[in-house]
Design a protein around this ligand. Structure first.
Ligand SMILES: Nc1ncnc2c1ncn2[C@@H]1O[C@H](COP(=O)(O)OP(=O)(O)O)[C@@H](O)[C@H]1O
Ligand SMILES: [Mg+2]
Length: 296
């Protein structure tokens, strides 16, 4: 008699997509921090840059390798790649090629536990295809009604939500496509980035409106990163807030940086936790998402 086999989970990475339809809202910054945060927790992580035109994520990773080599400091690195949009003239054909390229790239990273995909800040076929494969979607928004308009149309007087707008509709389509393919559910997290910059009253209003919208269109909110100059410096050196000790700049660690690191950990915890009452998510958490080893 054979022992009962544990439920087999499909061997594929948990796909984490950073997306929205605005440039400069913090997708690549958040992607990089999530990648290094997960690596430091001991997970096998892969990174895919779909914003190859900007190439922010890959350049950040190249700077990281260069820093590590120049200083002789070992820094954890993900496997990384990029997918360029199809140049086919026919739109349907281009979308088909994009879909195929993306599927091939995901398959190539089959040994990873997490695949972090950084999207361009525009509605492209490649970005849509990635959204339709996401297990977790993280949408950073700057804390203002300007960024909010990508999620919903809001009454200018009382800030009531009038209707979902373009990006929310795209996510809705992605959810349907995902469910049709493998019954998978997309866990959508909206992350408020650069907190502290906006004036207090506007911040409160955005928060309240966002919570109202969250219930209506199905996302969770997470407190994101504060407005901090250090993000720009770290980018140039290929570092993240999780590398300050190894990089030998820990003595410059101020209280503000300790708080910043905590913000990254809060985001990582929110990703792992999954949406409330999501049994499927919890099952995955217990199986596929168990750490590979102690923080390396
Ligand atoms: N919380 C933050 N505080 C300060 N600067 C930030 C913060 N988040 C992002 N930035 C900066 O804003 C710029 C755009 O961020 P980026 O992550 O590249 O956005 P996206 O990928 O959405 O276009 C970068 O220079 C980045 O360093
Ligand atoms: Mg970017």
């Amino acid at each position: 008699m054979t022992a009962m086999q544990p439920i087999a989970f499909e061997q594929r990475p948990h796909v984490l997509v950073l997306g929205n339809e605005k440039g400069g809202s913090g997708k690549s910054t958040a992607a990089m921090h999530v990648i290094v945060g997960l690596l430091r927790e001991g997970y096998r992580v892969a990174a895919l840059d779909l914003d190859a035109r900007q190439g922010t994520l890959l350049r950040h990773l190249q700077a990281r390798a260069a820093f590590s080599a120049a200083r002789g400091v070992p820094l954890p690195q993900p496997e990384a790649g990029a997918v360029h949009p199809s140049q086919a003239e026919n739109r349907a054909e281009a979308a088909r090629q994009d879909e195929e390229q993306l599927a091939a790239a995901i398959a190539a990273f089959g040994a990873a536990e997490f695949l972090v995909i950084d999207c361009p800040g525009a509605d492209t076929a490649l970005s849509r295809a990635a959204h339709a494969r996401a297990d977790t979607l993280i949408t950073p928004i700057n804390d203002s009604f300007v960024d909010f308009s990508m999620l919903a149309t809001v009454d200018p007087d009382d800030h009531r939500v009038i209707s979902p707008s373009i990006y929310s509709e795209m996510v809705w389509e992605a959810r349907k496509a995902r469910f049709a393919r493998d019954r998978g559910r997309l866990d959508w997290i909206v992350m408020r980035n650069r907190l502290g910059a906006a004036e207090a009253r506007n911040k409160r209003d955005v928060g309240a409106t966002l919570e109202a919208l969250a219930k209506r269109i199905g996302f969770r909110t997470v407190r994101g990163f504060g407005e901090r100059v250090i993000f720009r410096e770290l980018y140039l050196q290929g570092l993240t807030l999780m590398d300050l000790k190894e990089a030998g700049i820990a003595d410059r660690l101020s209280m503000s940086h300790v708080a910043a690191r905590q913000e990254v950990r809060t985001l990582l915890a929110a990703i792992r936790k999954g949406p409330p009452g999501d049994v499927w998510g919890r099952a995955r958490q217990g199986a596929a998402l168990a750490p590979a080893g102690a923080g390396s």
